[in-house]
Ligand binder design. Sequence first.
Ligand code: ACM
Length: 266
Amino acid sequence: MMRLGVVQFRPAYKDLEANTAFIVNSIATTDADVIVFPELATSGYFFVTRNEVRGCAEPIDGPYVSQIIHAAQTHGKVVVCGFAERDGEQLFNSALIAGPNVTTRVYRKTHLFYKETLCFDQGNTGFFVVYLPHLDCTLGVMICYDWRFPESARTLALQGADVIACPSNLVTHVWRMAMPVRALENNVYLAVANRDGTEHNGNDEVSFNGQSVIYSYNGNVITSASAEGSATLVAEVDPVKTRDKRFNEFNDIFDDRRPNLYSSQS
Ligand code: ACM
């Protein structure tokens, strides 16, 4: 068994110092083995130019990300946290995975949403999983709009993910229909860390709808937050339970797949 945590909050736009202080404090005070924070949690979300992102982006050894990695290691908790990443001239909407017994890794968002397409580069890490030996848990990460592509969660699950962490800044409502299906169709736990609030840029604005949630591997809600306000969710989960993909004596949702018939050509 392990304790899976999600922190919902409203990052202050472009205030890396305040957001990092909040995140570091949450790592210290949240009683969980794995803690998931929202997408772009250190910087806020609504950038429309590369220059704006550049002002808030840092490499993986940058000063704010380093504080988060240090807190994860000091407190012995695995942290998944969204941040704006700079790698040379490239800018990514990324999530770091850091903590005890794990080499720090960065996942770069595969599917860019709305005006992210103007100011971030498409992620180039692809989907990958990390094994957490002290928890006997295999963890995968997708970011927000990645949910719309069943291939994201499916790829992670086929690689052996028991738990998928989904740092998010969700703005539509349809995600609440599909997200539990991502858990059910892969038989994995799914931890969605969303934010609340509204951000403006020029004449445009985006509103985020909270309701962070941890789904069990059957798609049921274990625990969820309100649409507004900060919240910390923690659920006891058993990663081993996700590994048997059978649901009766004849059917196994992975073995029953027929990928040779899934071509996009007819
Ligand atoms: C989103 O991908 N932030 C909706």
